[in-house]
Design a protein around this ligand. Structure first.
Ligand SMILES: Nc1nc2c(c(=O)[nH]1)N[C@H]1C(S)=C(S)[C@@H](COP(=O)(O)O)O[C@H]1N2
Ligand SMILES: [Mo]
Length: 509
């Protein structure tokens, strides 16, 4: 099963999904929202016959069953995994590969055993230089013949580091099939390609490993095919991302929260600075999380936007050695390690319906806000809308529609005089929402109806339908207020009253 909130990047030949960053400012990424990056189809694994073998330059080759590993000394640690291709699509000059935006990154607490403890049982030969990790997933590459397995190596020192783990747990749950069940390697602070999933064999060797995922991919190439000068990539660079607002978002004059994440690989984030004037003046953001090794830290900055206009917002992180994100990361053929200062444009306007909805969508605790849009609250909002309609002397046919009936509700909205409050936790909408971009969704769900405006943000989307306001996140309606019965302006006014009430109920401005 794929969580409907994950953002699809590609499905074939392998599944690649981004973490829906806009909607979730959380230190620990819930398992079902953790990004997914695969090179091949998922392997099928029978845990009864599976084992992990340690081979080659060791005193004693060993095979570990799942239970053997679970009986060893357990360690847990928090580590952010970032794909080296995260933000590839942000390079101005297009680079080859999956066009990841901001969400090929997530953070979890990993539980398992130290790789060192396992290797010590086998006894690593003093002549060893590298350890090779082999996954059970395989497939074809267009630059090679036959089937290729996913394999990577680590230098002995990083492999024996006490924080390098063989993980069987992710946030307290057994590792899921998509994230490497039964065992994956976790190499904290290094680009996540090192953290081999579906681990099966570990080989201790004394020669540099040259597999394609080590020497063709995941190397920094300045010129196409210039493998002579290729540099491997390993430790994660200092970086930060503005999770909200999003590119081209409309915001209201007044105080707006700018917030996001910063991370530093094997180092610590010590400072995050925000500019709202294109990079002239910088303000220090509040770092919201403690400094936990290998883990991203959320940050937040209250921006007082005094005048309407277009603004360029930037975020810049610094580590304990004073290393700072560059304004522009060095372009490379395969589009890796883009740690440019994150830059985006927003539009500040007088307060209106769109930006008040945006404010709700982009508050810190947004995921909780959606949880708060219960049937009870919907009833309250409906009352507010009814009251407003009465004040305006308009007759609205108002009804509450529950989550199971969303589709019906939308089809009914092309009729005049129907009002509904949409409360969907996703399920009822899945099939339709996954197949259509949000703008189309609005139109096709309203046969013959108009939609008054569409404001598409980077990952979250707010769509204003004819007289209605479904709040749409990652193409999925999660709640909203539909009003119809008057002119467009009248419908909007009624709906706006309910939006403001919603903001008040959930304790926001
Ligand atoms: N066996 C195997 N391990 C793998 C990969 C893979 O395709 N196969 N992808 C790597 C890459 S490039 C990344 S970014 C991470 C993604 O881990 P996730 O899917 O748990 O987020 O797994 C790494 N480990
Ligand atoms: Mo990756």
């Amino acid at each position: 099963m794929r969580d409907i909130h994950l953002v699809p990047v590609s499905y074939f030949p392998s599944e690649n999904l981004e973490f829906p960053m806009v909607a979730n400012l959380q230190t620990i990424t819930p398992n079902q929202l953790f990004y997914v990056r695969n090179h091949f189809e998922y392997p099928t694994i029978d845990i009864n016959t599976w084992y992990l073998s340690i081979e080659e330059l060791v005193d004693q080759p060993i095979k570990f069953k799942y239970a053997d590993l679970k009986n060893m000394n357990k360690v847990t640690l928090s580590a952010t995994l970032e794909c080296a291709g995260n933000k590839r699509s942000l390079f101005e000059r297009k680079a080859q590969g999956n066009q990841f935006k901001l969400g090929a990154i997530s953070n979890a607490i990993w539980g398992g055993v130290r790789l060192k403890d396992v290797l010590d049982q086998a006894g690593v030969s003093p002549s060893a230089t590298e350890i090779v990790f082999e996954g059970l997933d395989y497939g074809q590459r267009n630059d090679m013949d036959g089937q290729v397995f996913f394999k990577r190596s680590l230098p002995v020192a990083k492999a024996l580091h006490p924080d390098t783990l063989l993980a069987y747990e992710m946030n307290g749950e057994p590792l899921s099939d998509k994230h490497g069940f039964p065992i994956r390697l976790i190499v904290p602070g290094w680009y996540a390609v090192a953290s081999v999933k579906w681990l099966h064999r570990i080989r201790v060797v004394d020669q540099p490993f040259k597999g394609p995922f080590q020497s063709i991919d995941y190397v920094i190439l300045k010129k196409t095919n210039d493998y002579k000068h290729a540099r491997p990539l390993s430790p994660v660079l200092i970086n930060s991302t503005i999770a909200s607002p999003t590119e081209e978002q409309e915001m209201a004059v007044g105080t707006n929260v700018v917030q996001g994440y910063a991370w530093a690989g094997e180092h610590s984030v010590t400072k995050v600075e925000i500019s709202t004037d294109g990079g002239t003046l910088w303000n220090e953001a509040n770092i919201l999380d403690p400094d936990v090794p290998y883990s991203w830290r959320r940050w937040s900055f209250a921006w007082d936007a005094q005048k309407p206009g277009q603004y360029t917002i930037l975020s810049k992180a610094t580590n304990e050695h004073g290393e700072v994100q560059p304004l522009k990361a060095e372009w490379n053929v395969k589009g890796y390690q883009n740690n440019s200062i994150h830059t985006l444009n927003v539009h500040v306007t007088a307060p209106n319906l769109v930006n008040s909805v945006n404010n709700i969508l982009h508050e810190t605790k947004q995921h909780e806000v959606f949880e708060m849009l219960t049937l009870e609250i919907a009833k309250q909002l409906l009352e507010v809308a009814e009251q407003k309609a009465r004040q305006m002397g308009l007759a609205f046919d108002i009804s509450i529609v529950d989550a199971g009936a969303n589709l019906v509700a939308f089809h009914r909205m092309d009729h005049a005089r129907i009002a509904g409050i949409e409360i969907s936790k996703g399920k009822a909408w899945t099939s339709v929402a996954m197949q259509m971009p949000t703008a189309n969704l609005a139109q096709s769900a309203l046969p013959g109806g108009q939609h008054y405006g569409v404001n598409t943000t980077n990952q979250g989307t707010v769509t204003i339908l004819g007289g209605g306001i479904p709040l749409v996140r990652e193409g999925t309606t999660v709640g909203g207020i539909g009003v119809a019965g008057g002119t467009m302006e009248q419908d909007m006014e009624v709906a706006n009253a309910a939006v403001q009430a919603f903001a008040a109920v959930v304790g926001m401005k």
